[in-house]
Design a protein around this ligand. Structure first.
Ligand SMILES: [Zn+2]
Length: 178
């Protein structure tokens, strides 16, 4: 039973989570989180085997790791306090940057990078707008706009992606100049 939950693909995890909604108090919280996840789960090995170089929540910060050093946090897409049975399910764990992990906390988002139903280009597109005609001299006069699909709205809001992407107005400025 545990093996099935641990190895379940993302779609199956969704189905399991719906069933767990009715069983929240019977999910062996102590065992799953304190014993399995915090003590037994080989976090660095897991992250290294995924080989994900950039945080898939923001696509901005590097999360690459080497054997002894990891630069990422592990987010539980279905948060472990509410769904302790999914605390070590591979497809529930997302290697993310500290900033995204902090912003998400125990909040829920709608899209997981493990969800193969969607392609990133279908979920999000970028545009820009000009705040003043001084934009060629001051990149802060360029605003970065995110056009998101319905499935991605909560990700943008919870992970504060509109705010963090404003810093990349210099790249937009560079593109305009070229
Ligand atoms: Zn991130």
């Amino acid at each position: 039973m545990f093996t099935i939950i641990i190895k379940a693909d993302f779609e199956t995890l969704g189905k399991i989570s719906e069933k767990l909604d009715e069983l929240k108090s019977f999910q062996h919280k102590e065992f799953m989180i304190n014993k399995l996840y915090l003590q037994r789960f080989t976090r660095n090995e897991f992250v290294e085997s995924l080989g994900v170089p950039v945080c898939p929540y923001c696509n901005r910060n590097f999360v690459n790791s080497a054997k002894k050093r990891t630069m990422c946090d592990l987010d539980h897409f279905y948060n472990k306090d509410e769904y302790p049975l999914l605390a070590v399910s591979f497809y529930n764990l997302v290697p993310v940057c500290h900033s995204c992990n902090h912003a998400k906390g125990t909040k829920n988002i709608d899209y997981s990078p493990h969800d193969k139903k969607y392609k990133t280009n279908d979920l999000v597109n970028f545009d820009f707008y000009l705040r003043s005609m001084n934009f060629l001299y001051n990149s802060k006069d360029i605003g970065v706009e995110i056009e998101e699909s319905k499935q991605f709205v909560r990700n943008i809001k919870v992970l504060k992606l509109s705010e963090v992407y404003q810093i990349h107005s210099d790249i937009v400025q560079d593109c305009i100049k070229r």
